[in-house]
Design a protein around this ligand. Structure first.
Ligand SMILES: [Zn+2]
Length: 320
């Protein structure tokens, strides 16, 4: 079968690899019909992770069950399934408490396994034709429809981006009437904004500096904030101050609550510096979260943070 294989920094190749086989009776082999490229894949591509050459990247996929082990109960051949990015057992201390992202069974070195991701277990990724799914009863989400129907692209988002955006809202307890600031308008940030609106938030701000992304945030119903034009925290405070109805509803001491109650980091350590977007500033989003959130508010981080060489921090983002 063909697969997208990592060969080293900035070098990927499509080549023939061996098809995966059932190794445990709890496994399934899934024929992938759609997959995508995550920000984590881009970190690997740039050589910023310890992913080894010959690894197949990718951890977002939807497909059709090709075969199952004898112990698999809940899915069968030809079922259409989503494959969540996290590989989890469903029965360990963390899984039973609702944290499959920190499964203790599927990786021995730490907590939490992911397909085709350095430091998250030795599992091949999804950017290929067939994939081995461990603990298939827990890691295959059965879906309606048929391959390449009108839901194919939407279902692909169920692997990672949509649930991560939803989970970000859970972390900061978004509910009806919430005020939410989301840093980053990549796929996860936009999904977080979409979920905040689904949950009934009354104000949703999305911060980025790429016009197309901000336009998409506006299309979803959020207030787009371009951090390259002015300090994004000040922009949010000013926007709230300029809202006549909001100000009229406030009591005399409420001016100290002119930030938001819920603030989400959907960027991580590869953040651009607000004042000089050509440079990276790994602390930028954390600083902004602290400044924008009100007393008693919540901050939630779904952006990726890692131990990385200091010289990477100073790497200037190449101009397109
Ligand atoms: Zn587990």
């Amino acid at each position: 079968m063909k697969a997208v294989v990592y060969k080293g920094p900035y070098k990927m190749e499509v080549e023939q690899v061996e098809e995966p086989e059932i190794q445990e009776e709890t496994d399934a082999i899934v024929k992938i019909t759609s997959t995508s490229i995550s920000g984590s894949d881009l970190r690997a591509y740039r050589g910023k992770t310890s992913v080894k050459p010959e690894t197949i990247l990718g951890h977002e996929a939807v497909g059709i069950v090709d075969s199952i082990g004898t112990a698999v109960q809940s899915i069968k051949e030809d079922d259409r399934v989503s494959i969540p990015a996290n590989i989890a057992c469903g029965f360990c201390f963390n899984c039973v408490r609702g944290y499959p992202n920190a499964c203790l069974t599927t990786i021995k070195e730490r907590a939490g396994a992911v397909y085709g991701c350095a430091d998250f277990g030795q599992y091949q990724g999804c950017q290929t034709e067939y994939i081995r799914v461990p603990f298939a009863d827990f890691n295959c989400l059965k879906l309606p429809g048929v391959p390449n129907d009108q839901w194919e692209d939407d279902f692909l988002l169920l692997s990672d981006a949509f649930p991560t955006g939803f989970y970000a809202n859970e972390l900061v307890q978004v509910q009806a009437g919430s005020t939410v600031a989301i840093f980053g308008a990549g796929t996860v940030g936009l999904m977080a904004a979409y979920c905040a609106i689904l949950k009934g938030a009354s104000e949703v701000y999305v911060i980025d500096n790429i016009e197309e992304r901000l336009n998409k945030a506006k299309e979803i119903g959020a207030v787009p904030i371009d951090f390259s034009k002015q300090d994004p925290v000040e922009q949010i405070r000013n926007w709230r101050k300029s809202n006549v109805a909001l100000q009229a509803a406030q009591r005399q001491d409420d001016f100290r609550m002119n930030g938001v109650m819920s603030a989400i980091d959907a960027v991580g350590y590869e953040a651009k510096d607000d004042r000089n977007p050509l440079n990276q500033n790994p602390n930028q989003i954390i600083e902004n979260l602290i400044r924008v959130v009100n007393p008693t508010g919540k901050i939630g981080i779904v952006g990726f943070y890692s131990i990385f060489p200091q010289e990477d921090v100073d790497v200037k983002i190449k101009k397109k």
